[in-house]
Design a protein. Structure first.
Length: 352
């Protein structure tokens, strides 16, 4: 349940005006206004819109000139594109384990998996949360590892002055349908302070502009208009998500379950609200009873069939396995009704 159907009904008149206006414009041009909004939101010097968050990650890696023997550190717990982008860019993914509280890659796992072939790390911030990566970034700097911030789930989040989209050497956003701000046809963006990188990203999204091998990853003007419109409502929507999360937190605080409590100084935007149970059996039983619940994610990335043939490296990911077996995503969007929230809470209260 993403809530976009209810959001459309609330803003239908404005959307129809926007549609009418946009249909009178060239659809493959004039998206600079969205890129300007993203620069203002993050404080980055350059923003390049493209067709998906996956392309944004892939282009980020392509800009590094990686070779097949080069390795890129990735998470074992996330949506698959947080790692598949490395193979798409022609390098070797190396899977790291994550922290049981934040669900983010740990420095301990980075130190265990790094090698003299490591050129970059793709570091996802999951579920609308970001965490303190200062120590990890310093480690990367000392070891000449490019820090790519996968902020595709963290739009609008900040932590003690750190702003999602302005943390990595290169940063990425997604506007997929399940994100806090969605396009009508997905979408992504790459953010950087390096002018040469930005020039390359613009070439890559448009067939390399006949200068380098590129992709067809342009964002249509109408999609950019809708994303830009929704960015203007993001603060309101994120606040509504936080109110719902507080209601869940209060209901579950004394139960034998794990809830993702925000650290002090974190503006958590709750792309998803996740909860962990003591056993897989209990999780599965409750999932069957809660409409629109889900599992993000049901298995660690390297356990997917594609990695039976793709070259990669890993050395165990026990935390990711534990999380995958016990995590449940509860309904979360700004348009949830009180009775829907209450129903979810009551099912869990009666089940644990």
């Amino acid at each position: 349940m993403t809530g976009w159907d209810r959001e459309y009904l609330e803003n239908k008149e404005e959307y129809l005006k926007l549609f009418d206006s946009t249909m009178q414009k060239e659809q493959e041009r004039n998206i600079e206004f969205l890129e300007k909004s993203l620069k203002e939101l993050t404080g980055r010097k350059f923003a390049v819109a493209c067709s998906s968050g996956t392309d944004a990650l892939t282009f980020s890696l392509l800009s590094l000139g990686l070779k097949p023997d080069d390795e890129v550190l990735v998470t074992s717990f996330s949506w698959i594109s947080s790692a598949s982008c490395v193979s798409l860019a022609g390098a070797t993914p190396v899977f790291c384990d994550v922290d049981l509280d934040t669900y983010h890659i740990t420095l301990e796992s980075i130190e265990e998996m790094v090698s003299n072939k490591t050129k970059a790390i793709v570091y996802p911030f999951l579920f609308g949360s970001i965490s303190d990566t200062a120590e990890i970034q310093e480690y990367c700097k000392q070891n000449n590892i490019v820090f790519i911030e996968d902020a595709c789930q963290a739009l609008g989040s900040n932590y003690n002055g750190w702003i999602a989209g302005n943390i990595g050497d290169i940063s990425t956003f997604s506007f997929n349908a399940n994100k806090q701000v969605a396009g009508i046809a997905g979408g992504g963006a790459i953010l950087t302070d390096d002018k040469e990188q930005a020039v390359l990203f613009r070439k890559l999204r448009k067939h390399g502009e006949h200068e380098v091998l590129g992709y067809n990853s342009k964002m249509l003007g109408m999609n950019a208009e809708f994303i830009n419109f929704r960015l203007g409502k993001m603060v309101k929507w994120n606040f509504q998500r936080q109110v719902i999360a507080e209601t869940y937190d209060e209901a579950f605080k004394d139960l034998p379950v794990h809830i993702q409590k925000p650290e002090v100084g974190l503006n958590h935007t709750y792309h998803k609200y996740v909860i962990r149970f003591e056993t897989k059996e209990l999780r599965d039983k409750i999932k069957d009873r809660i409409k629109e619940s889900g599992i993000h994610y049901p298995k660690p990335i390297p356990e997917h069939p594609m990695y039976e043939t793709l070259i990669h490296r890993s050395n165990g990911f026990k935390n990711s396995k534990q999380i995958c077996d016990t995590i449940l995503t509860l309904p979360m969007n700004p348009y949830l009704r009180d009775e829907e929230i209450e129903e979810v809470i009551n099912i869990i209260l009666m089940s644990v």
